[in-house]
Design a protein around this ligand. Sequence first.
Ligand SMILES: *Cc1c(COP(=O)(O)O)cnc(C)c1O
Length: 398
Amino acid sequence: MDEVKGSLQELRRVGLHRKLRLVEGPQGPRVTLDGTEVLLLCSNNYLGLADHPRVRQAAAEAAERYGAGAGASRLISGNMELHRRLEVRLAEFEGTEAALLFGSGYLANTGIIAALAREGGVVFSDELNHASIVDGCRLARAETQVYRHADLDHLEWGLREAGNRPMVIVTDGVFSMDGDVAPLIGIHELAQRYGARLVVDEAHATGALGPGGRGSVAAAGLSGAIDVVVGTLGKSLGSYGAYAATSAELRDYLINTARPFIFSTAPPPPSMGAALAALSLLESRPGAVEQLRRNGAVLREALDGEGLDVGRSRTQIVPVIVGSSRLALALCERVLDCGAFAQAIRPPTVPDGTARLRLTVMANHRADELQRAAHQIGRMARELGILQPARAQLRSAA
Ligand SMILES: *Cc1c(COP(=O)(O)O)cnc(C)c1O
């Protein structure tokens, strides 16, 4: 049998095969999935901005005015007025000197880490960091040291061992599969003490944490104090693309060394126009951030009340940890039959033995629909034997 057929068969056998489902219409709190209307519990369109009328309008106007594509890399001929305007706004939003756009968060992380972590240096990466950070470390010429999740002692031990080699620490602000928050104050202190550069990925924190949704860095009181803050335009900001918020000097360095910036077409004008409009909406409506936070708490409490294991979640990302990939898939299908879509997440996206449903709320979900979904998940988990009925009863009686 050939290699491709063999791998596909093996993936199916161990419950790790992935397939695409078709979503019709915009990413709202409810969508039509493979023909049926369901409650959407796995979109990162946290604030509902991807389908907000003003954001759509801004994308359409940018397309009319500047065209559908940027035509080239920024360094060739693709550097447009919209890119510059958005960078100025993003730097203001993040409280940094400057910002630099990338094609996506994936490209930003791979490019930035490879540019900063040079030969002879060491890059320290949390074991639960996003795959794009893992790949950035693989591309970097520096040695990679993975530290235990959010473990400051382990990180410090590594920093001490590294002596006076150039060092970079990189961490998610909010961890994408667990919904917990990095101990940024402690990490920043260590970075200062050992002279390491610090990169924080705010993909799931922007629009969700901190004053005005400015992210986990702002929530920790560290605005302007982190070497590079990476943000995506594709999640809360409802568009596509990403940015590094940093100093003017590091921006200049990245323009000259980050390969995904140099060798890839500039982000398209409609996405830039949409992101500008989304930023304005975020800034003018802090209530949406508060609503997202409340919805996260509602879902977490409801799932916990069912006796389900929501891990360390503290944000709008709430996992239901199941263990085996097969059970996670089965639970996903059962819940879908009840009318709610929460994607099953399996290794290698999460560590072996921690397959889960990963639920995300949006600001425009209603509390009662989140509670109903939590109840259905609890019921299905009991039917599948994931949850002992006794434990659930004990918990709800407590
Ligand atoms: C989604 C995500 C990215 C990638 O961002 P895109 O703009 O979607 O490429 C990077 N880091 C983290 C933590 C993410 O969750």
